[in-house]
Design a protein. Structure first.
Length: 348
């Protein structure tokens, strides 16, 4: 049937910054939540996608929300399951509706005419249950990682800031790390390369090959000076610094240290148009080190981040499963019964 018989899409509503009032109602732009307001357009659940600017991303709001005029949102679900529609629209090839002008844009009338296949409502609910269960688990693991990192930062502040002693030995970051830079430009990325490719924004793209392997801290050399830790095989953009620890025991502690003192490390940045930092600025950053009772503290940081790494691996596995299942479920290649759930898988 035409997609316009499945859902009715409507252009979002303008809301200039001067008219926004403090509140907890998410405001959706074509790239996701861009702010908050005190009143919604609809009560939710809602499904939103980009109308121009960023094309192809689809968002789900389980509660009240405000879609901006850069978006299209579902004004009528026509009796279909709202969560299923969220996943269903993620499979639409939005780019083919782009009018190819200077600013990418989508004509909703073209989208409404697109021919699609739709399962019956009971199966929609089962598909939505399977996929949302995976996403709920992924979200839980992300929140656990955020909590673990927050714990590490709290302990660092207590042990190495509040309880700091002037008699501690003064070292430099360069004493702990080999500081290297990436060699690749942005064109090195591919759609389905086997290795992560980190840019200055720390966006994870894909790469056909890798230059680095092991545990490292990645620090953007310009822009917002994002920081990230990563273990494995990876490739890096030429303006991103790669800090490889000489000894693994220092790795997690120094990551927390660098997050805590990131403003100080990058505070002497140069550049009139684009801010940037040099290798020397990183290497010369002072690191006070206590003379005793250090190893148990380093081990505690390592324990916390071992759990973070385990969660991250599970996230990647679940995301891979979800992304594999999504097109198969939507095309009917894989079917689930109306009573299927994750605890009692169907053989259908």
């Amino acid at each position: 049937m035409p997609l316009g018989e499945v859902v009715t899409l409507k252009r979002g509503h303008d809301l200039p910054a001067k008219d926004r009032k403090p509140g907890n109602i998410p405001i959706f732009s074509s790239s996701g939540i861009s702010g908050y307001h005190d009143e919604p357009i609809l009560p939710g659940p809602g499904v939103i996608t980009g109308r121009y600017g960023t094309i192809g991303d689809v968002f789900l709001s389980r509660g009240p929300y405000w879609p901006l005029n850069t978006t299209l949102y579902v004004i009528e679900f026509n009796g279909n399951d709202e969560v299923f529609i969220y996943y269903f629209l993620k499979q639409v090839e939005w780019e083919k509706f782009n009018d190819k002008s200077a600013v990418p844009g989508v004509n909703r009338n073209d989208v409404h005419r697109e021919e699609v296949l739709l399962p019956p409502l009971p199966e929609q609910k089962s598909i939505a249950s399977v996929l949302s269960s995976l996403d709920d688990k992924i979200d839980l693991l992300h929140r656990q990682n955020k909590t673990l990192e927050s714990m590490a930062e709290t302990l660092f502040r207590q042990w190495f800031v509040e309880e700091a002693d002037e008699g501690w030995e003064q070292k430099r970051l360069g004493d702990f790390f080999s500081v290297r830079t990436g060699k690749q430009n942005a064109n090195f990325s591919t759609e389905d390369g086997p290795y992560p490719f980190f840019t200055c924004s720390q966006t994870t793209l894909r790469a056909p090959d890798y230059s680095f392997e092991g545990s490292a801290i990645l620090l953007a050399g310009n822009g917002d000076f994002n920081i990230k830790r990563y273990s494995g095989k990876f490739e890096v953009y030429q303006r991103t610094y790669v800090l490889i620890p000489y000894e693994v025991m220092w790795y997690d502690f120094l990551y927390v240290y660098m997050k805590y003192y990131l403003d100080e490390i990058t505070g002497g940045h140069r550049g009139s148009v684009i801010n940037f930092i040099t290798k020397g600025m990183i290497e010369e950053q002072p690191v006070p080190v206590p003379a005793d009772a250090l190893e148990p503290k380093l081990e505690y940081f390592r324990t916390l981040f071992t759990k973070v790494d385990a969660n991250t691996h599970q996230i990647e596995t679940l995301e891979g499963l979800r992304d594999t299942l999504l097109p198969k479920l939507m095309s009917g290649e894989v079917r689930v019964s109306a009573t299927a759930n994750l605890e009692k898988p169907t053989e259908r």
